[in-house]
Design a protein around this ligand. Structure first.
Ligand SMILES: Cc1ncc(COP(=O)(O)O)c(C=O)c1O
Length: 456
């Protein structure tokens, strides 16, 4: 193991990692996955409270997925979907996803992950307007705490400044609007959703009017914001946004990379408000992390536009080598079988209710400013002062220390920016494991407080 660790430090570039600090702590090497648990190289078992990266929703050790991949690899390991070429798994998956998401008049474009999916959605939205003779409709609006991936346009769409700084120039014509983040509402705290201009979609409409609706192509949003802090918009927000988009003639792109296929206890995140977007992106859980796959569902009008373009027009000049990779599609089909056969979406609702009740216990801790959750996605926001909601100083690294402590006690969780702890476990987690997770977080917060007092 020592040589593996040395090789990691010598040659592996880790995403979202401070490499100077990693040289001191060393990597955490996992060697096995089993249900909701990871086995680390030293034999320690840890409960995976973040499902890999909101991805391993069905848990580890799913032999059925291994068999689906192996069978497809033996038969036809690769087949492009460029130029009308196709393969049975890509066709079957496109049909199944279309019917499960935007319905019989929709269609699916495949990509390799969430960033590619969102890049595609942004390009399609602009191409659509250009084809309607409205080439000046290019602006994409995203929330200021959104995370939409880290390619060039998606980095620009990601609102959190830490992900953008130093990488310019980014894609043009991508702007930000306030997030419906009630704990720190841009329109003032306390936030009453019934009268709040952000939560009622008025801030979005003002932004569209300010830019000119003849300039705005689309709004892209996560139905529940993930990396921005597990932020759950109030009921009615998504339908307010849909209504604004309709009034202003702007497309709505739902980024369902985290929320799609069950995470919030609904089939889709937009089902929280029963809203139909024009474009819907997915990735992550669709293959349970076993192989990479993402995609975009084109709703009826976008699909009709593409399908009905005249034969003399230029073809869709967009695509990826792994668009519709048959092995990835075969694994995704098996994942959908499992999700349905094991009734995992109702399970998320039940586990989510238990988690919500358990998380309330953490509110007693002086560092816990707010706990919030939707299905099996939860955020625990740590603050230095509960009355003023003042944050800890970044150099205190409070949530990182809590997460490190939790891992020592057998729970993997993720500290997001601004000291928000994330919990997003596999859907197959038990109530006992969720209670263990909450107990462990509580202990880790207390231990970190005591260590800080000792240091002071
Ligand atoms: C909401 C959302 N969109 C897009 C992405 C980007 O996906 P990927 O990392 O597969 O490119 C992520 C990744 O976490 C995400 O959370």
């Amino acid at each position: 193991m020592a040589s593996l660790v040395a090789a990691d430090l010598a040659h592996l570039v880790h995403p979202l990692t401070n490499h100077a600090r990693l040289r001191e702590s060393g990597p955490t090497v996992a060697v096995e996955g089993d249900g909701c648990e990871l086995v680390l190289a030293d034999g320690q078992r840890v409960l995976d409270g973040i499902a890999g990266l909101w991805t391993v929703n069905l848990g580890y050790g799913r032999e059925e997925l291994v068999r689906a991949a192996a069978a497809q690899m033996s038969k036809l390991a690769y087949c492009t979907t460029f130029g009308g070429s196709s393969s049975p798994p890509a066709i079957e998956l496109a049909q199944r996803i279309a019917l499960k998401t935007l319905g019989g008049d929709s269609a699916v474009f495949f990509a390799s992950g969430g960033s590619e999916a969102n890049e595609t959605a942004i390009k399609l939205a602009r191409a659509y307007w250009a084809s309607q003779g409205r080439a000046e409709k290019t602006i994409i609006l995203a929330h200021d705490r959104a995370y939409h991936g880290l390619a060039i346009a998606t980095t620009a769409a990601t609102g959190l400044a830490a992900y953008r700084s130093g990488f310019g120039p980014l894609a043009e014509d991508i702007d930000h609007i306030p997030t419906p983040y009630q704990y720190r509402c841009a329109a003032g705290v306390p936030c009453d959703a019934a009268s709040c201009p952000v939560c009622r979609g008025e801030a979005l409409e003002d932004a569209i009017k300010a830019a000119g609706s003849d300039r705005v192509a689309a709004v892209i949003l996560e139905p529940v914001l993930g990396a921005g802090g597990a932020i759950v918009p109030p009921a009615g927000y998504l339908s307010a946004v849909r209504a604004v988009c309709d009034r202003q003639d702007v497309l709505l792109i739902a980024d369902e990379v985290i929320t799609g296929f069950g995470r919030t206890g609904h089939w889709l995140g937009v089902d929280r408000d029963d809203v139909a977007p024009d474009l819907l992106t997915f990735a992550k859980g669709i293959t349970n992390g076993y192989v990479p796959l993402g995609g975009v569902v084109l709703g009826a009008s976008l699909w009709a536009w593409l399908r009905e373009a005249s034969p003399s027009e230029a073809p869709l000049m967009h695509g990826f080598t792994h668009s519709g990779n048959p092995v990835a599609c075969a694994v995704a089909l098996a994942c959908l079988d499992i999700l349905e056969r094991e009734n995992l979406i109702p399970a998320v609702v039940a586990r989510g209710e238990h988690l919500g009740r358990e998380l309330d216990r953490l509110s007693e801790l002086e560092e816990v400013g707010e706990v919030r959750s939707a299905g099996l996605i939860a955020g625990i926001e740590l603050v230095a002062d509960r009355d003023t909601r003042e944050r800890f100083l970044p150099e205190q690294r409070r949530s990182q220390l809590v997460a490190d402590e939790a891992q020592r006690h057998g729970l993997r969780m993720r500290p997001l920016l601004d000291d928000i702890l994330l919990l997003a476990p596999p859907f197959v987690i038990s109530d006992e494991q969720l209670s263990f997770a909450v107990d462990t977080i509580g202990e880790a917060i207390l231990d970190t407080r005591l260590a800080a007092i000792d240091r002071a």
